[in-house]
Design a protein around this ligand. Structure first.
Ligand code: SF4
Ligand code: SF4
Length: 285
């Protein structure tokens, strides 16, 4: 197998203008509620009203990928990033990864998750040569986490407040260690929320660097209507820059994240073309 990690446009700044990525939207449900998230939109990312992703089954996703590769041959990475959380939908996520790996043995595979339920799947992710996993970790202090997460649902039980934040954090940190043991490169996303965790993101970077994280992405929180945080302003670009400078003492930084939608395709930062959107629609029928 000739997987070239250098080609990943999110993990490698030099690759981002040359190689593209595709997100396969096969994971609609989520197992936590972040106070900045309105489920009408995609996880973390594309927040403009009315642009929620269509959801595909694993076989529809493979068909869509076939067509997308004809239209965009520069795609080097296939990722699963929502529109909910990949491991709140583990059967469809893992089936999609198996199908893609079987048909495209040289393709880089990645997933982006909140980390609550990835742990049981890490062995198989490594067997499938999933080379990159993104974990979103917004706090390493459960008291701060309790301000960010309204609830989490784990093994059919709902948790709230500090208990929820602690359980989420324990699973995230265990997952990070296990991914490292299996040789999977990890990127940590940490969302800067003014007045909530803006002074704490540097502690997140320090903690995850000790556990083997590969790259850090401190990204500004995106103000979204109809959320608990809807009155919190977005962080000033100078604050974001200062935090990135501080966290750089612990880990290499990703600064070009474009908060792509769960069905993004092509070069980072470019909008999906009409032709791609048509293919996506056809695949979903
Ligand atoms: Fe929303 Fe993603 Fe948080 Fe789930 S993990 S609540 S989809 S931002
Ligand atoms: Fe890469 Fe960020 Fe887009 Fe994910 S959201 S594909 S990390 S640029």
């Amino acid at each position: 197998m000739t997987l070239s990690i250098e080609k990943h446009p999110c993990f490698n700044d030099r690759s981002r203008h040359t190689f593209g990525r595709i997100h396969l939207p096969v994971a609609p449900k989520c197992n936590i509620q972040c106070n900045y998230c309105n489920r009408k939109f995609d996880c973390l990312n594309e927040n403009r009203p009315g642009v929620t992703s269509r959801v595909l089954s694993p076989h529809q996703a493979l068909h869509y990928l076939d067509r997308a590769l004809e239209l965009s041959p520069n795609i080097a990475v296939v990722g699963i990033a929502g529109p909910g959380d990949p491991f709140a939908n583990p059967e469809d996520t893992m089936e999609t990864l198996r199908l893609v790996r079987q048909k495209y043995p040289d393709m880089l595979l990645c997933v982006a998750t909140n980390g609550l339920n990835v742990l049981p799947y890490i062995g198989e992710l490594a067997e499938l040569d999933v080379s990159h996993v993104t974990l979103t970790i917004n706090a390493v202090n459960p008291e701060i986490g309790a301000e960010i997460y309204a609830w989490i649902r784990h093994r059919k039980k709902v948790y709230r407040d500090v208990n929820a934040a602690r359980l989420l954090l324990d699973n995230q940190l265990e997952a990070l260690k296990k991914l490292k043991e299996h040789g999977v490169t990890t990127k940590i996303n940490s969302i800067i929320i003014p007045g909530i965790n803006d002074r704490h993101v540097v502690d997140v970077a320090e903690t995850v660097s000790k556990l083997g994280a590969g790259i850090f992405n401190a990204l500004p929180y995106y103000k979204t209507e109809e959320t608990v945080f809807e009155n919190i302003p977005e962080p000033h670009p100078e604050l974001v820059k200062a935090i990135q400078k501080n966290t750089a003492q612990y880990l290499p930084q990703m600064k070009h994240c474009a908060r792509c939608r769960a069905d993004a395709i092509g070069i980072i930062g470019q909008e999906n073309s009409d032709e791609i959107m048509k293919q996506l629609q056809e695949a979903a029928q």
